[in-house]
Design a protein around this ligand. Structure first.
Ligand code: HEC
Ligand code: HEC
Length: 299
């Protein structure tokens, strides 16, 4: 074996090693794992807000705080609570300063951006909390980026837009305890995998549009996306996907896609069978090369 690393065998052995190493680095599970962890703290944070306090009642108006504005779970897989009216004035100011240049005063829309009246607080929450809005360049698909606003500001903007017109998608509070991961997996394969891929890694669609990776979305954002259908994604109403089913899908994306257990080896970033085959090929060919050089040396 020592002869292998001498003379003319140095180059092929180092090559085989390097090829293997590159394969490993390219598909290291680190990236997907890091993203998954981020999302889990997001979801956990969301739930701890929900139990942080109970809305004040009686004659005094409910103040706009994180505790009063965050929807609380109430025994159903998905529940909704309306935002306190006191969140509307600060939301109006934030909207005027950051959104009205494109969406127009009173969110009625302009040549630059669509009308937001009637889209509902949940739609606004999705676009603002995923950092898609405010948009910098309206010629390209809005992408997920670190949000510009903190949680309370986001809820205030949502409350303002909601106050302009009734209806639309509301901000959900999702109780994963009441969700079925296995049913969620079945529904995900049926309704979502065609665009987002079976591992949730995302894929190109057409004309430069793409379905993004699902490794960062919080449970709340997943349900908001299902109900509001952002960009080129179809909107799934309660007639297509019930609240129970939406919670099941969210539980599957959160549990299996974002936190895979990877029985039997490395997750390879969860990019699916193509990458796994590729890595297998790299290691297999590298190993075969070494063996054949060794055999060649002996004969
Ligand atoms: C530079 C212009 C611009 C600014 C500023 C901007 N938007 Fe938008 N917004 C757009 C465009 C363009 C779209 C359509 C994007 C698409 O469909 O991919 C959009 C879409 C949206 C949608 C989705 C509407 C729907 O029917 O699905 C929401 C909600 C939204 N914006 C909210 C906001 C909020 C809230 C702000 C301020 C925090 C904001 N936007 C700032 C240009 C802008
Ligand atoms: C026809 C293709 C298509 C289907 C089917 C589809 N999506 Fe999407 N999805 C998209 C596109 C495109 C976007 C990005 C929208 C944008 O930013 O303009 C998206 C965005 C999302 C996001 C936001 C991700 C993030 O981190 O910002 C989530 C979550 C999501 N989809 C979940 C789902 C779920 C769950 C299903 C199944 C119930 C589903 N999608 C079905 C195309 C699709």
């Amino acid at each position: 074996m020592r002869r292998l690393f001498r003379g003319r065998y140095v180059v092929p052995s180092v090559l085989a090693g390097a090829v293997g190493l590159v394969g490993l680095l390219m598909f290291a599970p680190g990236a997907a794992r890091a993203a998954g962890t981020g999302a889990s703290t997001g979801a956990a944070g969301m739930r701890s807000y929900a139990t942080a306090g109970t809305p004040a009642s009686g004659a005094t108006p409910t103040p706009c705080t994180l505790a009063t504005a965050t929807p609380t779970t109430s025994g159903s897989p998905i529940s909704y609570t309306s935002l306190p009216a006191s969140c509307i004035p600060p939301g109006e100011q934030l909207f005027a300063a950051n959104c009205s240049s494109c969406h127009g005063t009173d969110a009625a829309g302009s040549a630059l951006a669509p009308n937001l009246r009637g889209v509902g607080a949940g739609t606004v929450d999705f676009w603002v909390s995923t950092g898609r809005m405010p948009l910098a360049d309206s010629s390209i698909q809005a992408t997920r980026k670190p949000p510009r606003f903190d949680r309370l500001q986001t809820l205030e903007i949502a409350a303002y837009v909601q106050s302009l017109a009734p209806g639309g998608v509301q901000i959900p509070s999702v109780d994963l305890q009441q969700a079925s991961v296995s049913n969620g997996g079945r529904l995900f394969t049926l309704n979502c995998a065609a665009c987002h891929t079976i591992t949730g890694a995302g894929d190109a669609l057409y004309k430069g549009a793409y379905a993004p990776s699902l490794h960062q979305a919080t449970v709340q954002q997943i349900v908001e996306a299902i109900r509001s259908g952002p960009g080129n994604m179809p909107r799934f109403g309660p007639g297509n996907i019930t609240n129970q089913e939406a919670a099941d899908i969210a539980a599957y994306v959160h549990g299996v896609i974002q936190h895979p257990s990877d029985p039997g080896g490395f997750g390879l970033g969860g990019v699916g069978p193509v990458a796994e085959g590729f890595v297998g090929l790299l290691f297999g060919v590298g190993l075969l090369m070494l063996v054949s050089f060794w055999i060649g040396e002996r004969s």
